[in-house]
Design a protein. Structure first.
Length: 296
């Protein structure tokens, strides 16, 4: 059985997350009462017992923007104490005039491997995060994202299908930066027309050799752990990116709203069963280890 790298999980403290501690607000993944609480590292480690997961990457959870360094420091300390996670994707604000002072502060933490600023925008306000849909084309953001190359860091890219052409332009403007597409491009419209738009956008992004796709969060819009849906997304994503540019992520504890960690991993394994052993190894281990520089 191939060892698994979980390239996308979260741990959090409720006091540090406005969306958990403030008034209940609609979220992209639906009602979230069961996870409106602390999700400490020990619970995560208990969730993944017996699943074959051997390393993990923490992805930022939208602490207040001014506390971006506090988040990285807290996760680094968690890793120092527990040995998990093995890498950090932190937050920085790429919309400001000069992001490098923020990146310099993040560089104090040995496990930082990349940065995420969520750029996804949707006509549906419940799915909307960014202030406007065209941030990937913004000159300031493109210049600032390009600075990540100086730090050897990646950019976790989160967009919907209509934004993918601009996202490809962002990747082309920053050829020395690796872009990790979140949640396989978040296919939310599963109608024939929606799927065609997603497929076209994914094909455009795959033309950029510095873009890889993370197979994660696939229950976000259907609110269930569905082997057939996961298999379909994996098949189509591998067809355009190749398995060596695809990686698995749990998106836990969000997926905990409708499944257990073990059942989710089992679903991904079943969904990938038709791939070759080499392809499965790439998706579940080697791609993530390479792009997040996780070491041996």
């Amino acid at each position: 059985m191939t060892d698994i790298v979980d390239a996308h999980h979260h741990i959090w403290r409720q006091a540090d997350l406005a969306w958990l501690s403030g008034p209940m607000q609609p979220r992209i993944f639906g009602p979230y009462e069961p996870i409106r609480r602390d999700y400490p590292i020990q619970e995560y480690l208990d969730d993944l017992k017996g699943t074959g997961v051997v390393r993990s990457v923490y992805v930022q959870t939208n602490w207040p923007n001014e506390r971006f360094e506090d988040e990285a420091a807290w996760v680094q300390q968690t890793a120092n104490e527990h040995g998990w996670p093995h890498a950090i994707v932190a937050y920085a604000d790429f919309s400001i005039d000069e992001v490098r002072p923020q990146l310099d502060r993040l560089a104090r933490y040995a496990l930082v491997r990349g940065v995420r600023m969520q750029l996804h925008w949707h006509e549906n306000p419940l799915y909307r995060f960014a202030a406007r849909p065209d941030l990937c084309a913004d000159r300031v953001i493109r210049r600032n994202v390009g600075h990540l190359a100086d730090y050897g860091w990646s950019f976790d890219l989160q967009v919907f299908a209509p934004q993918m052409a601009d996202a490809a332009g962002l990747a082309e403007a920053c050829p020395k930066v690796t872009f990790i597409l979140q949640h396989a491009g978040m296919p939310e419209d599963l109608s024939p027309r929606g799927r065609a738009a997603w497929r076209a956008g994914m094909t455009r992004l795959a033309q950029c050799p510095n873009v890889v796709s993370k197979l994660s969060g696939l229950g976000t819009f259907i609110h269930r752990n569905d082997v057939a849906h996961i298999a379909d997304v994996i098949s189509e994503t591998v067809a355009v990116f190749g398995a060596d540019r695809c990686l698995f992520g749990s998106n836990f504890p969000i997926e905990k709203l409708w499944t257990s960690y073990r059942d989710m991993v089992d679903a991904f394994r079943a969904a990938a069963a038709r791939l070759t052993a080499e392809q499965r190894e790439a998706i579940f281990e080697t791609t993530a280890a390479r792009v997040y520089r996780l070491g041996p």
